[in-house]
Write a protein that binds this ligand. Structure first.
Ligand code: UDP
Length: 321
């Protein structure tokens, strides 16, 4: 198969490129490098099945041409990270909506199946846990910038499902939960690369709020395996799948585990949310996926534990990548 990956120079997109190439497919990456990096793809330069174009997924003629040369599309191009979203809400909203409109419209002309990478953020602050794909979304006020991300991705989901229902464009949606692993940068505020970099440098490990909030972390290699598996099926169109780990950890516990695993002298420092993000910032206390659907439909489940994930990220940071 020939796959187009929008946002393929990002953390997850670059691992997806690796996975698809390993499966014997061809990959063409489209990325404007706003948050992606060519460094993430450097190791693929000499791979015959690999090519890339540096441009925006909002550029319809470019997307049209690339879709024409592909059998299917993974649409990952999107604004990334809560920090960026709070700081640049206009860009976040516009990027998320425009790129998805363009990709679905162009894929629609050629009837190329599309995988839409969505996010657990769409569940918002719902407390009906674990989150099920058919459960309600609980978003906060439009006065709180964070929720613009969830809302824009939810609209992307509506649009993908509408293309399937109304125009028979094959689409499938993956809601990715906290995904971590090598090549993830701490630049956009993600907690594990941040903690590991802080611990290795002997700087304070910054726990936002009181650290009692919980997350489930899944290794990126498990996540991209699930994405590739879903796209090899033709009986999942119009559906939404959670992709993530169900293994919860508090952020304070995470900080201690990183400190221990790196044998770091760093202190653990509590930073109020208002200082870390913006005044009135709302975080979700817990976020757990119900992965029954993806397990039952395609037999997917994560294979790596949090300790293995941390060891992998620490090794990468120590190697100075
Ligand atoms: N967090 C933290 N310290 C950091 C970065 C993040 O305590 O240096 C917290 C953040 O407030 C959230 C959790 O870690 O509760 C996960 O944050 P991340 O940005 O990785 O993903 P999110 O779950 O917010 O999408």
């Amino acid at each position: 198969m020939r796959y187009l990956i929008t946002g393929g120079a990002g953390f997850i997109g670059s691992h997806l490129s690796d996975e698809l190439l390993q499966r014997g497919h061809q990959v063409h990456v489209l990325d404007d490098l706003t948050t992606g990096s060519i460094d993430n793809l450097r190791h693929l330069r000499d791979n015959e099945g690999f090519a890339y174009t540096i441009d925006s997924a909002e550029n319809a003629p470019v997307v049209a041409e690339l879709v024409d040369g592909a059998d299917a599309v993974f649409h990952l191009a999107a604004a990334v990270g809560v920090r960026l979203i709070v700081e640049s809400p206009v860009r976040t909203i516009e990027t998320n909506i425009r790129t998805t409109e363009v990709v679905l419209a162009q894929a629609g002309k050629k009837k190329r199946p599309v995988f839409l990478a969505s996010t657990s953020e769409v569940y918002g602050k719902g407390t009906d846990l674990p989150y099920r794909e058919d459960g309600d979304l609980t978003l906060g006020s439009t006065l709180k910038g964070r929720w613009s991300y969830a809302c824009s991705k939810a609209l992307d989901e509506f649009l993908a499902i509408a293309h399937w229902k109304e125009r028979q464009l094959p689409t499938v949606i993956g809601r990715l939960f906290n995904t971590v692993g090598p090549r993830q940068t701490g630049r956009y505020g993600m907690v594990i690369p941040n903690f590991v970099a802080q611990a290795l440098a002997g700087r304070p490990i910054t726990v936002y709020g009181d650290g009692s909030q919980q997350r489930c972390f899944c290794h990126v290699s498990d996540v991209v395996r699930g994405m590739a598996d879903l796209m090899e099926r033709d009986d999942v169109y119009g559906e939404v799948f959670n992709i993530g780990s169900e293994d919860e950890v508090t952020i304070l516990e995470l900080a201690s585990r990183v400190k221990e695993a790196t044998a770091s002298p760093s202190e653990i420092k509590f930073v109020p949310y208002d200082e870390a993000y913006e005044e009135g910032f709302e975080d979700m206390q817990r976020r757990i996926p119900d992965t029954t659907r993806i397990r039952e439909r395609i037999g997917w489940g994560p294979s790596m534990s949090l300790d293995e994930i941390l060891a992998d990220v620490i090794e990468e940071h120590r190697a100075g990548h």
